[in-house]
Design a protein around this ligand. Structure first.
Ligand code: HAM
Length: 421
C-alpha cells in the first residue's frame, strides 16, 4: 500500500524542532503574562464572512489564500490570521465591558494557501497580541516595545523596526486618488495584478513582487510622492507622537512609506520587524512580525467604537531566528522491576519527590533485566532504579547512573530525598 503523505505546505512538528518551538512558546507566554496580557483561544474555524468583512475582499489573503469550504448552507474558513477572530470574540463575549484597555494574546495555527518555501507554509503558527479600547499613541509604541523586547529575549540578531502611517480611512481615499492620478499613464508597464489592484485596492500595488513593478514603485517619481504625501493631522499627529516615544525609549526605527501591510483593517500606524541575520536563510521571508493600529475593525464587525492596536509573530520564522543555544534535557529516570505494578507505583513516588526529573516506569511483564536495561539505554535514560520485588521488601533499591555505570544502594526514603537524583 502506498503510504499517505501530509498536505503540501504543512509539517509534522517533532523532535528537537518541536522542543525549540515549545521553548519559544513558553518564554513568550511567560513574558506576556508578566506584562499583564491574558490568553485567549478563539476557534480555528470561523464563518468566511468574518474575514471577508474584517480583512477585506480585495486582499490577497481573502481573494486567493483562504481554505474555505461549505457545510450545510454556511461557508466556513480555516482562519488565515488571528485579529478578526479576536475581535469577533471580543464583541460576542461582551469584552467591551471589561476594564480598558483589554490586553490579550493568542497562539496557534493559521492557514494560507501560499506557495510553500523556507519560512512560508500553508499551515503556520502565529503568536499575536491585541490591545483593545485605547486610542493612545503610547499604546502603539508600547506594543512595538513588547515585540522588540521579545525578539531580544530570544536572541534574534539584526532586528529592524519599519514603521509607516497609512492614514485614516477618509484620508486614505485622498491618498488613493492622488496615487492613482500619479500612475494613470504608467499602467501599460505594470503587471496584470497591479492593473487590477489599481481599480480595487491601489495601496496593495506597493507590495507587488514582480521585478518591473517593484522597480517602478522604487522610481524617484513614486518615492517622492510617497515620502511627501501630507497626511491630515488626525493620523500624522498621533503617528509623530508614537515615533517620539520610540525615540525616548531608545528603539531605532526606519520610516518606510512603502509599508502598506496585506490586510485592509489598518489605520494610522503600521509596523513590521525584520531580521537581517543572514544565517537564518529566510531571505525575503525575514519579516518575523507585522502589526499596527485598527481603529475601525470592531465597529466594522458590529461592535461598539473601539480603537485597537496589535501585532503577530510568525512562530516558524521566530524559531529559525532565535538563538537560544542547545536545550539541556532534564535527567530521565527509568524504574525497572520484575513486577510492573511495583515499577509504576515507585515511579509515581519519585515524580512527586523530584518534580524536575522525568520518571518512566518500565511497563514490561516478565522481561529479563538485561533487556530492560538495554531499552532504558536506548531511551536515553540518565539513571535507572532497580526495584525487584525482593529489593522493595528488603528496602534496598539500586540507583544506577547510566553514563558512568556507577551503582549505589539506597533505601526508599533516601531515594525520595532531595538532591538524590
Ligand atoms: P501578517 O503580517 O499577515 O499579519 O502576519 C504576521 C506574521 O505571520 C508575518 O510577519 C510572518 O512572520 C507570519 N506569516 C504570515 N504568513 C505566513 C506563512 N504563510 N508562513 C509562515 N509565516 C507566515 C497578521 O496576520 C495580522 N493579524 C497581525 C496583527 C495583529 N495586526 C494587528 N494585530
Amino acid at each position: 500500500v502506498q503510504p499517505l503523505q501530509r498536505v503540501k505546505g504543512t509539517v509534522d512538528l517533532l523532535g528537537e524542532e518541536l522542543r525549540q518551538f515549545a521553548h519559544v512558546e513558553t518564554l513568550l507566554t511567560q513574558a506576556l503574562l508578566a506584562e499583564g496580557y491574558q490568553a485567549l483561544r478563539p476557534p480555528l474555524l470561523e464563518y468566511t464572512d468574518l474575514f471577508a468583512r474584517g480583512v477585506g475582499e480585495d486582499t490577497d489573503i481573502v481573494g486567493k489564500e483562504m481554505f474555505t469550504f461549505t457545510r450545510g448552507d454556511r461557508q466556513l474558513t480555516l482562519r488565515p490570521e488571528g485579529t478578526a477572530g479576536v475581535v469577533r470574540a471580543y464583541i460576542e463575549n461582551g469584552m467591551h465591558r471589561w476594564p480598558k484597555p483589554v490586553k490579550v494574546f493568542y497562539l496557534g495555527p493559521m492557514f494560507r494557501y501560499e506557495r510553500p518555501q523556507k519560512g512560508r507554509q500553508r499551515q503556520f503558527h502565529q503568536l499575536g497580541v491585541e490591545v483593545l479600547g485605547t486610542d493612545d499613541p503610547a499604546a502603539d509604541a508600547g506594543v512595538m516595545l513588547t515585540a522588540w523586547n521579545l525578539l531580544h529575549t530570544l536572541g534574534v540578531q539584526g532586528v529592524q523596526l519599519h514603521v509607516n502611517n497609512v492614514g485614516t480611512p477618509e484620508d486614505r481615499q485622498r491618498f488613493k486618488a492622488d496615487f492613482k492620478a500619479l500612475l494613470a499613464d504608467d499602467l501599460a508597464v505594470l503587471c496584470d495584478d497591479c492593473r487590477r489592484r489599481y481599480e480595487t485596492n491601489p495601496l496593495r500595488m506597493l507590495d507587488c513582487k514582480v521585478p518591473t513593478c517593484e522597480a517602478h514603485y522604487a522610481s524617484p517619481k513614486v518615492q517622492h510622492f510617497l515620502a511627501n504625501f501630507a497626511w491630515e493631522p488626525a493620523s500624522a499627529e498621533p503617528y509623530a507622537q508614537t515615533l517620539a516615544i520610540l525615540t525616548a525609549l531608545g528603539i531605532p526605527y526606519t520610516q518606510n512609506p512603502k509599508l502598506v501591510r496585506g490586510l485592509d483593517y489598518y489605520t494610522r500606524t503600521v509596523f513590521e520587524l525584520t531580521s537581517t541575520d543572514p544565517a537564518s536563510g529566510l531571505g525575503a521571508q525575514s519579516t518575523v512580525c507585522g502589526g499596527g493600529r485598527y481603529n475601525n475593525l470592531v465597529e466594522t464587525l458590529g461592535g461598539p467604537e473601539t480603537p485597537a492596536v496589535g501585532f503577530a509573530f510568525g512562530l516558524e520564522r521566530l524559531v529559525t531566528l532565535a538563538n537560544l543555544g542547545t536545550l539541556t534535557p532534564p535527567p530521565k529516570v527509568r524504574v525497572l522491576s520484575d513486577d510492573p505494578a511495583v515499577a509504576m507505583r515507585l515511579a509515581g513516588q519519585l515524580r512527586e519527590a523530584h518534580p524536575t526529573v522525568v520518571v518512566e516506569a518500565d511497563w514490561s511483564t516478565g522481561k529479563a533485566l538485561g533487556k530492560q536495561l538495554k531499552q532504558a539505554q536506548q531511551a536515553q535514560a540518565s539513571h535507572v532504579v532497580l526495584a525487584q520485588q525482593a529489593d522493595v521488601e528488603a528496602d534496598s533499591l539500586t540507583l544506577k547512573t547510566m553514563t558512568t555505570g556507577d551503582q549505589v544502594k539506597l533505601t526508599l526514603n533516601e531515594l525520595l530525598a532531595q538532591g538524590c537524583i
